[in-house]
Write a protein that binds this ligand. Structure first.
Ligand SMILES: Nc1ncnc2c1ncn2[C@@H]1O[C@H](COP(=O)(O)OP(=O)(O)OP(=O)(O)O)[C@@H](O)[C@H]1O
Length: 252
């Protein structure tokens, strides 16, 4: 008799996560689990609650109610321990602009206690094909260049949990394709668990194992991208997105 398949390790779990702003629920009893080595897409129209979720997972916003558990620890009580094993990149957050790229990456290496920091920085710059940006002033980089430097920062501490907020938002199609493939390669090699938001459905289909659609702070669909397309009786994830954004539902 074959051994029973072991259930996946839960790396991150949110239970009844709720956040109100001025009496309005930006997030309403949101439950989700992220497994080790899984890429979970968090999708939804503008204002659906994605950034609010990310901010709570970074400790930047406090939940009105509900709990977050990461690496088996209560996030509220063990925030520092959780954040040491995590990292974050967003197309909309900038690194200090007056420092050169290598200086920025060195400062973050020191904050994370990275060993062999110089070697690590060089290998990450190579990985994202930007070694020539090493000595550039960070504030003078183009949006797409900054995005890739941010991704290097996000991998400095070999995170087990990575929060990526629209990581390809400012990239041209060629670079976006390369970055998606690089993220997937590193993720698979290191079994990183990723929570990934994007408005680019091509990104999602290529990178995410599973997705959750939020609408006005509530979950309206959850599953693999292909299952969700089938259930919605549309032809693409982009059509599903539009359907949910307009009607708040996946099925007719
Ligand atoms: N600090 C705040 N004060 C008041 N309302 C807020 C605050 N932050 C978010 N909200 C509201 O909460 C809701 C969810 O916003 P959130 O930024 O999480 O959406 P989102 O899904 O990330 O949207 P987008 O795709 O536009 O980034 C919105 O209605 C927003 O206006």
């Amino acid at each position: 008799m074959s051994a029973p398949a072991s259930s996946p390790e839960i790396l991150l779990e949110a239970r009844d996560l709720t956040r109100e702003f001025d009496g309005v629920k930006a997030l309403d009893s949101f439950n989700f689990q992220l497994h080790r080595g899984e890429v979970l897409g968090l999708l939804g129209a503008n204002g659906a609650g994605k950034t609010t979720t990310m901010n709570m997972l970074l400790g930047l916003t406090t939940p009105t109610s509900g709990t977050i558990e990461a690496f088996g620890m209560d996030f509220q009580k063990h925030r520092i321990d959780v954040l040491k094993r995590s990292n974050f990149s967003s197309a909309y957050t900038a690194l200090p602009g007056n420092l050169r790229v290598w200086q920025n990456l060195l400062v973050f290496s020191k904050l994370y206690g990275v060993k062999n920091a110089k070697q690590k920085i060089d290998s990450l710059l190579e990985l994202f094909e930007i070694p020539d940006l090493r000595t550039r002033v960070t504030g003078q980089l183009s949006a797409g260049e900054s995005t890739r430097v941010n991704l290097c920062k996000a991998l400095l501490n070999d995170p087990e949990l990575l929060l990526l907020d629209e990581p390809t938002a400012s990239l041209d199609p060629d670079i976006a394709d390369k970055v998606r493939k690089t993220i997937r390669k590193v993720q698979a090699e290191r079994r990183i668990s990723i929570l990934y938001t994007s408005h680019n459905m091509r990104d999602i289909e290529e990178v995410c194992d599973r997705v959750i659609f939020l609408h006005k702070g509530k979950v309206v669909a959850e599953g693999t991208p292909s299952d969700i397309v089938k259930r919605s009786q549309t032809n693409s994830l982009e059509d599903v997105f539009i359907k949910i954004a307009r009607s708040g539902e996946i099925e007719d």
